[in-house]
Design a protein around this ligand. Sequence first.
Ligand code: MN
Length: 366
Amino acid sequence: MPRYANSMDSHVLEPHSLWQENLPPSLRDRGLKVTHEGEQEVVIIDGVDVRRDPLDLVPSMRAGGHGDPEKRIQDLDYQGVWAEVLFPSLGIWLPLCPDAELQMEMHRIYNDWLHDTFLRYSERYVGAASIGVADIDKAVAEVERTAAMGFKAVQIPTSAPPERQWNDDAYEPLWAAVSAAGMVLCSHVGSGSDPVVARGPGGALVNWVETFFPAQRLVSYLVAAGVLDRYRDLHFVAVEGGASWIASLMERLDEGFRQHGRWVRPALSAPPSEIIRRQVHASFQHDRAHVRTLDYTGIEAIMWGSDYPHLEGTWPNTRDEIDKVFEGVDPQIRDTITHGNFERLFPVPAPPEGFYETEAEPAAIG
Ligand code: MN
């Protein structure tokens, strides 16, 4: 029985100077930049202060392979992970850029860099094109451009811009383009809105919990507004928000569909739970409850992700963490959730025999 995993949730760390070096001179001053203020590393986009990390914490988020494709393969081998879908680290904040032109240009620069640095290096790297929605015409053009470059997935912000919710007709060309390109629609939690909701006592835990509500809201919109009904070949993955909530969301949506049916518009071809089972997936790192919900969700809805190299993830104990989550679980279920579902969405070459059993060392940090 093959024991390897494929990660639905992995991150590259972009060079701090990426946008400063690649934006046209007219936009450069306002592009994403990383600076130090006292004991903090600060990320600023177009005057908006979007992220602060204590400097003493920063090295723990910089595993050897964060920005280097060769060292990253070494870290993948060490974890027993064969393939992964790559999301940004700094770029996750790009939707917070208030200027549409600047935002769309910064997404394009990230996608070019990811392609040139990682996707060209190995088929084990699957690209999620980062797509801003500040300008839908440009978003559609970027979907088509990145599809032609070999990207297999599209990352949209989890929270819609306040003036345009996910059921707005304006998004229709975007859904159509992603579907026509045969790409998987993804959304990584924490993107699209300020991640700091609570301050003061309890803030750390409340903010962590808050990250998974927008993912549930986005799934609700995609199902209820009929997007997934209109594009039945379109798959959506909620990334890093855990997975056991899918069961309760199915029940809640079905309850509304049944009990409030006379107000449900547009009409749906099937109860929401069926649409979700057919087209929606969610990735977790540590969520143990999902294995108790499989009777509701079906196995295909659930995916695993390492979140490498972030603090919330399984690095550097990935092999042990997976063993713990799947202790006592049917090995076939484990294989489907840790790599089978990934391979259905993203055909990648299979690992060589004995891949998981081969011992490896992590890449040096730096
Ligand atoms: Mn992640």
